[in-house]
Design a protein around this ligand. Structure first.
Ligand code: NAD
Ligand code: ZN
Length: 258
């Protein structure tokens, strides 16, 4: 992709960067791919051997909690080895640099990499693999050693099964995260859709809501999605290269103005 495309996108975003503007980045598993965390649908993913519905569902947690935890520990091991990549770092830097702008990340990822990179406003639609609570008494459990000492780990207060605070197949999304994501999306001036296949609902509807509400929508994904023909701009490249390029162009445009 030539620099011209990045310049065009940067110019469109720069036009929206007014005091009080809202910029939203909606991220999916592809945003963490260059950190070494496999996506659901890509090649070589965790999910080639395990169907997510069969290991990460509310039914498996209820009926075979030991099997559930063995798999969750595999996910935790992969994620714990991962560090933020330039896509996460760029989003964190944008939030820190753009003073008069409301900047938020809405993520489907459960890997904590946006927070590790320094992003502060992060709406987690599918929870976080490193937060835990007891299914019986609801007590928040600060930490579960990795690997867990026993499968499943049990609550120190009531011996109930401890679970990760992630949304499993068959479960609803957290209402407060959904409400915040909906509000941010309808007020967004710029909406970036990064590394998501735009298949898993309700996150998949967000960019279309943003388009209807008049936002400038930019997609970054090496593979086309249903959003690609509808988006204002589409960059078919890995996020770890494309986002720093776009940000660099925004910064140099701002430098030329001053
Ligand atoms: P997905 O696996 O369905 O799709 C990933 C998308 O990322 C694909 O469209 C792919 O083309 C794109 N992609 C691949 N490499 C990329 C790169 N380098 N840069 C940008 N894009 C790239 O993921 P999804 O749409 O996010 O939804 C699946 C679900 O998987 C989510 O609900 C999420 O909770 C869960 N999940 C999370 C993680 C994580 O926390 N890192 C990892 C796997 C799955
Ligand atoms: Zn308990």
């Amino acid at each position: 992709m030539g620099d011209t495309k990045f310049k065009q996108i940067a110019a469109a975003i720069t036009r929206c960067i007014q005091p009080g503007a809202t910029i939203v980045a909606s991220t999916g598993a592809g945003c963490s791919k260059e950190s070494g965390v496999p996506t659901f649908r890509g090649e070589g993913g965790l999910w080639e051997e395990h169907r997510p519905e069969e290991v990460a569902s509310s039914g498996v947690l209820a009926n075979e909690p030991d099997k559930f935890w063995q798999f969750h520990d595999e996910i935790r091991r992969v994620i714990a080895q991962a560090a933020p990549n330039p896509a996460h770092e760029t989003l964190a830097e944008m939030e820190q640099t753009l003073d008069d702008v409301e900047f938020a990340v809405i993520t489907q990822n459960i890997d904590n990499l946006h927070q590790d990179a320094g992003s502060e406003t992060v709406i987690e639609l599918h929870g976080n693999a490193f937060r835990y609570y007891c299914v019986d008494c609801g007590k928040q459990i600060a930490d579960v050693p990795q690997p867990a000492e026993e499968y499943p780990p049990l609550c120190p207060d009531c011996d109930g099964v401890v679970r990760p605070d992630v949304v499993l197949f068959g479960e609803m999304l957290p209402q407060d995260a959904l409400r915040d994501a909906g509000y941010l999306t309808t007020t967004a001036d710029v909406f970036l859709s990064i590394g998501t296949s735009v298949i898993v609902q309700p996150a998949a509807s967000l960019p279309f809501t943003a388009l209807r509400a008049g936002a400038t929508v930019v997609e970054v994904n090496p593979s086309p999605t249903e959003l690609t023909p509808a988006a204002d701009y589409s960059v078919q490249e890995p996020a770890g290269g494309a986002l720093p390029n776009i940000w660099e162009e925004i910064r140099s445009a701002a430098g030329e103005q001053t």
